[in-house]
Write a protein of this length. Structure first.
Length: 327
């Protein structure tokens, strides 16, 4: 597995990480614990060393799963987790008060069966707590040895600048893919300026860019995608044009649509590390294969020209989720 450095932080990780949310949360029925452990072990065996979790993924049980599965490999892996929601439940709202950050860190250490967190993200900016105060609290956790690097998730330009001035931000995590390219406008230039790495979540459009989801796909009742406008039937039907584009390029490269979508992301900047999630070992191996696909300048130009003609339909989030992004 190739590696990449997240900006100027010195934090070096596998070129592709693993988003672990789906192992216990969000996408319908989660796999059995034993299957989740098998997948995590398969990822390590395949060279993946960057694992992303959060107190909010369950809540709590996702961290516990990683803690058990990754304990034998602790000195070989980089574990990222997050704070910032009340009681670890997104629907209850944000909470980045210093006392909560410290409590979440201590609880995460117990659940992860470790004495340090490699990368500790603020899950969402809390408008009620100055970002300088948040940065200062994380800085104290770093000084105490409980945290090694800190990051932000879905934060806006102003918040990132203010935070970075207090405690250097190692990485920003936000959604970025061929069908959500908003970060290109302001976020990527800022990260390049400040030397901050970028960790795109949902790099495969929560499964859509793999080609496995069609206009007639029915999600389980507890699947998070039921709440997202972009995944409503009519929008999915319109958005399949992007999947067809990926299929055409994949055929030429003897690859899969998912691999092309990930290779495209990897080609954007050397400090971008996508974290596709999956519950299946065969999909894990497919995703890892993207690291060895090289898209030439001509390939990238062709993708850009074709993608520019496709108008993606549907908002990324409903209003209740969007209102806590980028403040």
């Amino acid at each position: 597995m190739k590696t990449r450095k997240l900006g100027n932080s010195g934090l070096e990780v596998s070129a592709l990480g693993l988003g672990c949310m789906g192992l216990s949360f969000a996408y319908g029925t989660a796999p059995a614990k034993s299957e989740g452990i098998k997948l995590l072990h398969a990822a390590v065996d395949s060279g993946v060393n960057f694992f992303d979790t959060a107190e909010a993924y369950g809540p709590y049980e996702n961290e516990e799963l990683l803690g058990e599965a990754l304990a034998p490999y602790r000195d070989k892996v980089i574990i990222a987790t997050k704070f910032g929601f009340k009681k670890g439940i997104p629907d209850l709202g944000v909470d980045s008060r210093p006392e909560n950050i410290i409590a979440v860190a201590d609880a995460a250490l117990r659940r992860l069966k470790t004495d340090y967190i490699d990368l500790f993200y603020q899950h969402r900016v809390d408008p009620a707590v100055p970002i300088e105060e948040v940065a200062g609290t994380v800085q104290e956790l770093i000084k105490a040895g409980k945290v090694r690097h800190w990051g932000m998730s879905e934060a806006g330009v102003e918040s990132i600048r203010k935070a970075h001035a207090i405690q250097p931000v190692a990485a920003l995590q936000s959604e970025y893919s061929l069908w959500w390219r908003e970060p290109e406008q302001q976020i990527l230039p800022l990260l390049e300026e400040l030397g901050i790495g970028f960790v795109p979540f949902s790099p495969l459009g929560r499964g859509f860019l793999t080609g496995a989801i069609g206009e007639d796909t029915k999600f389980e009742a507890n699947d998070f995608r039921n709440r997202l406008p972009r995944y409503q039937e009519e929008n999915r039907k319109a958005n399949l044009a992007l999947v067809e584009l990926l299929k055409g390029i994949a055929a030429d490269k003897k690859a899969t649509p998912a691999q092309i979508a990930l290779a495209w992301l990897l080609a954007q900047r050397p400090w971008i590390v996508p974290i596709p999630g999956t519950t299946k070992i065969n999909r894990l191996q497919e995703n890892i294969g993207a690291v060895d696909i090289t898209l030439t300048a001509a390939d990238l130009e062709a993708i850009e020209a074709a993608a520019a003609k496709i108008a993606i339909q549907g908002a990324r989030y409903p209003e209740i989720f969007q209102k806590v992004v980028g403040k």
